[in-house]
Design a protein around this ligand. Structure first.
Ligand code: FAD
Ligand code: UDP
Length: 389
């Protein structure tokens, strides 16, 4: 029987949606997209809650990139709202609380230390590292200058150690250094969370952007469908609905699930999100407030700041609680725990997947990496460049 589809894409998040579009539009392929959830968009999915507030169901997503190709590509599918994300650390001080810009920067420094001490420290930092430089907390703590080390200890104690313990169950020294390097100490007055050239939010939300990406006559999307119930890896053959499938397969789910976790589960952190709707215009000072010293949650996001939605008298906030992923039904693996042992376990699954011709692991789950959305879009475009050569 002739195959109805040339390509199978598993997962309709950024990895799956961009590759499906490319294969159909640029490659002229007939593409079947299978998505386990009832909706497209993966973890970037957004929707309106009961109060009419546009929320991000799987955690706050802010688009930012310095990759022009990615920005231009996605701009075909959405207009943008200019949004520059700002984050503060909310910490107890005396009887009250203090808010410091994160990444910790020159403004944070001046907020915390008396003016003369702040000015001297600032000068020393600028002389040592240079203006507008980003220095990781781990690098700063290795300074031989006792004053810089004392500052590093302050930042470590008030911004990093407890937040990281909550998020990862490990100290900043124990986790992959690239993770804390995402939020360096920034020798600047720039209080934005990201410095990428292109930043913003899809004007009508992420979900319409994904719907447009997938809206093509040669793309068929089936949501509410677990691909692992339809596709079988059988010796060296791939079966789709019981028939051999010989086209391209792009898999964006977790690599261990593909092989029934036979070497053991890949370790992840999962999150519990607690949404609360409040009868006020705005509930907190910034889009995201990190609780870096106390509370059980890591951060609170208030979506109206991110989305620019104008809705008087009501707002929705979300608290994030992190814990170990166990693989139980309903749990979502959000963050790969990158270390040597876990990377080696991943490599065993990858080697199995590589035995199948024209079968590709793509995305944050399938590649077991800590990728932002733009990095995934870039990888999808590059993979399709290769496949359509
Ligand atoms: P996903 O979005 O996870 O999509 C994979 C899809 O595959 C899912 O929809 C899943 O249901 C589906 N799937 C899995 N297995 C199967 C199966 N067997 N059958 C069918 N379907 C299956 N990035 C940013 O750039 N900016 C941010 O601000 C940002 N914030 C984030 C906040 C949080 C809390 C998290 C967890 C991530 C954040 N990210 C952010 C990262 C962003 O979510 C990812 O880069 C992006 O979602 C990765 O896209 P993906 O397609 O690889 O994976
Ligand atoms: N981090 C921290 N305190 C903060 C912000 C970040 O300790 O106030 C550390 C923490 O280990 C976190 C990592 O830096 O997991 C990366 O932060 P980012 O905001 O990039 O995480 P994401 O938004 O991807 O959850």
């Amino acid at each position: 029987m002739e195959q109805r589809f040339d390509c199978l894409v598993i997962g309709a998040g950024m990895a799956g949606a961009v590759s499906a579009r490319e294969l159909a539009e640029r490659g002229g392929k007939r593409v079947l997209v299978l998505e386990r959830r009832e909706h497209v968009g993966g973890n970037a999915y957004d929707c309106f809650d009961k109060a009419g507030v546009l929320i991000h169901k799987y955690g706050p997503h802010i688009f930012h990139t310095s990759n022009k190709r990615v920005f231009d590509y996605l701009s075909r599918f959405t207009p943008w709202l200019n949004y520059q994300h700002h984050v503060v650390a909310n910490i107890p001080e005396g009887e009250g609380r203090l808010e410091l810009p994160v990444p910790f920067n020159l403004i944070s420094l001046r907020t915390v230390f008396p003016p003369e001490q702040a000015a001297a420290l600032e000068q020393k930092l600028l002389d040592t590292y240079g203006a507008e430089r980003k220095v990781t907390i781990l690098e700063l703590r290795e300074s031989e200058d006792p004053e810089i080390r004392a500052l590093a200890d302050y930042v470590y104690e008030h911004v990093f150690v407890r937040y990281t313990m909550k998020q990862w169950g490990q100290t900043p020294e124990e986790i992959d250094p690239a993770t804390t390097a995402r939020v360096p100490v920034f020798l600047s007055e720039d209080c934005r969370y990201f410095q990428d050239e292109y930043q913003g939010m899809p004007r009508e939300g992420y979900t319409p952007m994904f719907q447009r990406l997938l809206d093509h006559p040669d793309i068929t999307v089936e949501t509410g469908t677990d691909a692992l119930e339809r596709m079988k890896l059988d010796g060296d053959r791939i079966l789709l609905d019981g028939e051999p499938f010989t086209g391209t397969v792009i898999y964006t789910g977790a690599a261990d699930e593909l092989f029934a976790c036979k070497y053991g589960r890949l370790p992840y952190r999962t999150l519990d999100f607690v949404f609360e709707t409040k009868p006020v215009d705005h509930w907190q000072s910034h889009g995201t407030v990190n609780y870096t010293v106390d509370q059980d949650y890591t951060r609170i996001t208030e979506f109206k700041y991110l989305t620019g939605q104008e809705l008087p008298g009501v707002t929705t906030i979300m608290k994030e609680y992190s814990r170990a992923y166990t693989g139980e039904a309903g749990e979502i693996p959000y963050y790969a725990i990158i270390n040597e042992a876990n990377n080696a376990l991943y490599a065993r699954y990858k080697a199995e997947a590589d035995q199948y011709a024209d079968f590709h692991l793509l995305g944050r789950l399938a590649e077991y990496k800590y990728y932002n959305m733009d990095a995934i879009a870039a990888r999808a475009l590059e993979l399709c460049d290769e496949l359509l050569k």
